[in-house]
Write a new protein. Sequence first.
Length: 311
Amino acid sequence: MDTVLGRTGLEVSIAGLGCGGHSRLGQATGATEEESVGLVRRALDLGITYIDTARSYGTEEIVGRALVGRRDEVVLSTKAHPETRDGPLSAASLRESVELSLRRLGTDHIDVFHLHGVNESTYRHCVEALVPELDRLRDEGAIRFLALSERFGGDPGHAMLQRALLDDCWDVVMVGFNLLNPSARTRVLTLTQEKNIGVEVMFAVRRALSQPDELRHVLDRLIDEHRITIDDLDAKDPLAFLIHEGGAQSVVEAAYRFARHEPGCHVVLTGTGNPAHLDENIASITSPRLPLEDVERLDQLFGHLDHLSGN
């Protein structure tokens, strides 16, 4: 299933392959480079046409190898951090980063180029020093569209994106959104829809929604802090109501479906080094929306939360 990535006009798959996260295409969990290349190619064979990587992930060269002969099948996204160990990234260093990414990816253009993990304190530098250089790179054909990703772990309430969306220089944004913290619904997605900005969802599933012990720990803490109540729910497994005939088969599936069907979300990123998990995740993202009563119960439980990332 495909969608259009906002005002870019790019037709993309609703499931996107994320090449970072805890797995980094399996490179962080012991996979060989050949296995990771094979995983990317498998994603293409399964219909994924959006691939997101970054210089800091260490997977650009793997993606480049996987795309030999198939570059025209995908919309390719990569990133550069606006901060370095020595201070803010300069325009000259940004250009060098783009040129290095082009070489590693084995391509002559990057479709969607992000400033990566931007927080509120660095946003002004991005606009004043880096966007003009990105505009020049776009004019030269090295990149096609300008994008911005938030630092969701440190900014789960989306303060940076709420500020950034007042400007008109961003074609695409990457936002953290999941059933434990749907605050982007009102703080980000309302405006991206008004401006027809493309939206990539990250953190749809992270540790808290993929590891039962971690989920139990998060829910226990929320209950202890009186942030949620579990009246009429199973105290030992508060999300068990999601698993039923006509509903989801797992919490992970429910989490992907929750994010995928949120109005304003275009691409939901999934990252793994395991081919079987890749198949399962794509199937979840391309499944129908959750039953309305399940979504309503999730919103009653977590709709007011804005402090979790799920990581």
